[in-house]
Design a protein around this ligand. Structure first.
Ligand code: F6R
Length: 608
C-alpha cells in the first residue's frame, strides 16, 4: 500500500532514500521514484517495475541537494507505469502519497476547471496541483498544505517539497502511518520504522491530522488547523535486523524455517519452563474469570489464526467466541456486550480495516487486546493490552511465521482464560504447557522433510483446481493452505470445512481436481476419512496430511504426507501448516513466480 520516505540532512539523500525504499518494498513494488534537490531545483527519477529497475536508473545520477522524497508504489488509481509512479511534480511542487483520496473525482473536476493539466491517472497528482495552486496565490508552503488538507477525504500520508521553498519538507497524515526519525542534524521520515532504525532510534509517531514541518534544520509539529503541538520522542530499543536471506533462495523459505524459533519466542513471556505453568501477564488485570464473550477481528492469514483461536478458547473455557473479518466487522450493525473483550490480530499492526475496527470498538468503551508482530504499530499503540508475535521481521509478502506465532498465542490465550476461570486443572496446565514447549522441535522435524514436500509439489502444477479441507481446528488451517497456494502459485484453490462437501463442492470433483485433506488422528478422523472416500469415488486426486504411518489414509491418497503425533490436538495445526506452506512455495517456484513479492499484493494493507 505504498511506502514513502523523506530525508533532510547533510548526507547523500539518494542513498538514504533508496535504502529506505528498499526497507519498505514489501509495501508495494509495481513502480518507484525519487525526487531530490539538485542545483537549486528538483530532479525526479521514476521507473515502472521493481525497485531494482529504479536502482539501475539511479546509477551514476548525482544530486547535490540535501532534501528529497521517495516512493514505492502499490497501484490504487491508475495502472502501474512510470507516468503514474510517484513523486508527482506540478509547478515545482513534488509530493509522495500513501493512501486513497476518496473524493478524487470532485478534486479532479476542481483541478481541471482551474486549467490544470493532468499527467497521470492517479488521485495523488491532484494533491500536488492543489498545493501548487495555493502557492500561486502567494501562500507559503506550510499555509498551502494547511489549506489543501481539509479538502482531502479518505486515507493519506503525504510528503511535500517545493522548489520555491528549498530547505523545507512537510509531512502530514490522516490514516496510514508516518514516523519522523530525529538524527544528528538530520530528519528521516518514513511509513515504517524499518526505513529509519538504522539511522536513529529516536522517533516521533505522527498521529492523524498532524503535520511535521521541517524548515532550516528544525522540526515543528502542528495540528491540521495550524495549532502548534508538543510531541515527545520515543526512544526505541531495536536491534537493526538486516533483511538478508542467509543462504535461502527466498525470504519466504527462510521465514518458514524460522517458525520453530518464532513460536518459542511468542510463548516465552507467558511460560515458566521450570514449573510448566502459564501466566497471561498484563491481561490478568482484566476480569477474565467472568468473561463470557470474546471477539476476534483480523484480515487474511491473521483472520485464519483467529478462527483457530476460537476452537482453542471454546474448547478450554465457557467463553463464546466470534471471529470476524475486519472489513465486515467495522461496518456491520452489532450489539457488543459492554463486558466483551475484543482481540485484534495483525502482523503489521497497520492493516486499515483492522485498525478501523479497533477504533470503532474503543469508541464504544470495550477493552481491546492487540496481537501484533510490529511493536509500536498503530494497532499495538491503540490497544489496551498487548501480545507480541515476536517473529522477527517478516519480509515475504505471504505471511508464514507470523501465522505460527499467532496460533501459539491463541493457545496461550485459551489456556490463560481457562486458568483464570479455574477450569484448568494443574495436570492439564502442565500437559498443555509441556506440549507447547515441545512444539518447536516437532516443527523442526516436519521441516526436515522439505525435500519430500518439494517432490510432492511437482505433481500439483498440473491440476485445474484445488480443494483444501479439514474439520474442526483443521478447517482454518485448510483455509490458510488454500490462501497460500492462491497468492503464491496464482492457482484457484478453495478452503472448505470437510463436512460441507455434500452441500455443493462435490460437484466440482473430477480427475483434474486435487483434494488437499488434513486428516490427523483426532476425534473427527473417521468422519474426515468418509469425506475422503466420497471425493476419491468421484475421481478427485487426494493429497493428504496425517499422523505418522497411517496406512488407511495412505491407501486412499495419491500422495500422503506424514507429520509427527504431537500428543496434543492443539499443537497439530502448528505442524500441519508447514507442508501446506511448503507445497505452495514449491509450486510457485516451479512456475517461476516471485514468491517473496507475489503479483498485485503488498504486505501492509493500509488502505481499505
Ligand atoms: C496472506 C497475508 C495476508 C495478511 C493480511 C493481514 O499471506 O499475508 O492475508 O495476513 O493482509 O495482514 P496483517 O496481519 O498485517 O493485519
Amino acid at each position: 500500500m505504498c511506502g514513502i520516505v523523506g530525508y533532510v540532512g547533510p548526507k547523500n539523500p539518494k542513498e538514504i532514500i533508496f535504502n529506505g525504499l528498499k526497507a519498505l518494498e514489501y509495501r508495494g513494488y509495481d513502480s518507484a521514484g525519487v525526487c531530490i534537490f539538485h542545483d537549486g531545483g528538483l530532479k525526479r527519477i521514476r521507473a515502472e517495475g521493481k525497485l531494482s529497475v529504479l536502482e539501475e536508473k539511479l546509477e551514476g545520477e548525482e544530486f547535490n541537494g540535501h532534501i528529497g522524497i521517495g516512493h514505492t508504489r502499490w497501484a490504487t488509481h491508475g495502472r502501474p507505469s512510470e507516468r503514474n509512479a510517484h513523486p508527482h511534480n506540478v509547478k515545482g511542487v513534488s509530493i509522495v502519497h500513501n493512501g486513497i483520496i476518496e473524493n478524487y473525482l470532485q478534486l479532479r473536476e476542481d483541478v481541471l476547471s482551474q486549467g490544470g493539466v493532468l499527467e497521470s491517472e492517479t488521485d495523488s497528482e491532484l494533491v500536488a496541483h492543489l498545493i501548487a495552486a495555493e502557492i500561486d496565490k502567494g501562500r507559503d508552503l506550510f499555509t498551502a498544505v494547511l489549506t489543501v488538507a481539509p479538502r482531502l477525504e479518505g486515507a493519506y500520508s503525504i510528503l511535500v517539497v517545493s522548489e520555491q521553498f528549498p530547505g523545507e519538507l512537510i509531512a502530514f497524515k490522516s490514516g496510514p502511518p508516518l514516523i519522523v526519525g530525529l538524527g544528528e542534524n538530520a530528519f528521516y521520515i518514513a511509513s515504517d520504522i524499518q526505513a529509519i532504525v538504522s539511522h536513529t532510534q529516536k522517533v516521533i509517531y505522527l498521529d492523524d491530522y498532524e503535520v511535521a514541518h521541517i524548515k532550516d534544520g528544525h522540526v515543528q509539529f502542528y495540528g491540521l488547523k495550524g495549532q502548534p503541538l508538543k510531541k515527545t520522542p520515543v526512544v526505541l530499543d531495536w536491534t537493526v535486523e538486516r533483511a538478508e536471506k542467509q543462504g535461502y533462495p527466498h525470504f519466504m523459505l527462510k521465514e518458514i524455517f524460522e517458525q520453530p524459533r518464532a513460536v518459542a519466542a511468542a510463548i516465552d513471556p507467558y511460560i515458566d519452563v521450570q514449573s510448566h505453568t502459564l501466566d497471561l501477564g498484563e491481561l490478568r488485570k482484566e476480569n477474565l474469570k467472568d468473561l463470557q464473550r470474546l471477539y476476534i477481528v483480523a484480515c487474511g492469514t491473521s483472520f485464519y489464526a483467529g478462527m483457530a483461536g476460537k476452537y482453542f478458547i471454546e474448547s478450554l473455557s465457557d467463553v463464546s467466541v466470534e471471529v470476524d473479518i475486519a472489513s465486515e466487522f467495522r461496518y456491520r450493525k452489532m450489539h457488543l456486550p459492554e463486558e466483551a473483550l475484543v482481540i485484534f490480530i495483525s502482523q503489521s499492526g497497520e492493516t486499515a480495516d483492522t485498525l478501523a475496527a479497533l477504533r470503532r470498538v474503543k469508541e464504544q468503551g470495550l477493552k481491546t487486546v492487540s496481537v501484533c508482530n510490529v511493536k509500536n504499530s498503530n494497532i499495538d499503540r491503540d490497544a489496551d493490552y498487548h501480545m507480541y508475535m515476536n517473529s522477527g521481521a517478516e519480509i515475504g509478502v505471504a505471511s508464514t511465521k507470523a501465522f505460527a506465532s499467532s496460533l501459539a498465542l491463541m493457545q496461550v490465550m485459551a489456556l490463560g482464560i481457562s486458568k483464570e476461570k479455574g477450569l484448568l486443572s494443574s495436570e492439564k496446565e502442565t500437559f498443555y504447557v509441556k506440549s507447547l514447549l515441545a512444539a518447536p522441535s516437532l516443527m523442526e522435524n516436519v521441516l526436515a522433510y522439505n525435500r519430500f514436500f518439494q517432490e510432492a509439489a511437482k505433481d500439483l502444477k498440473n491440476y485445474r483446481g484445488f480443494l483444501y479441507m479439514g474439520r474442526g481446528v483443521h478447517y482454518p488451517i485448510a483455509l490458510e493452505g488454500a490462501l497460500k497456494l492462491k497468492e503464491l502459485a496464482y492457482m484457484h484453490a478453495e478452503g472448505y470445512a470437510a463436512g460441507e462437501m455434500k452441500h455443493g463442492p462435490l460437484a466440482l470433483i473430477d480427475p483434474s481436481m486435487a483434494i488437499v485433506m488434513l486428516a490427523p488422528k483426532d476425534e473427527l478422523y473417521e468422519k474426515t476419512l468418509s469425506n475422503l472416500e466420497e471425493s476419491k469415488a468421484r475421481g478427485g486426486q487426494i493429497i493428504s496430511i496425517g499422523t505418522g504411518e497411517d496406512e488407511r489414509l495412505k491407501s486412499l491418497s495419491k500422495n500422503y504426507l506424514a507429520i509427527p503425533d504431537p500428543g496434543s490436538w492443539m499443537v497439530n495445526p502448528l505442524l500441519e501448516v508447514i507442508p501446506l506452506q511448503l507445497l505452495a512455495y514449491h509450486v510457485a517456484c516451479a512456475f517461476g513466480h516471485d514468491v517473496d513479492q507475489p503479483r498485485n499484493l503488498a504486505k501492509s494493507v493500509t488502505v481499505e
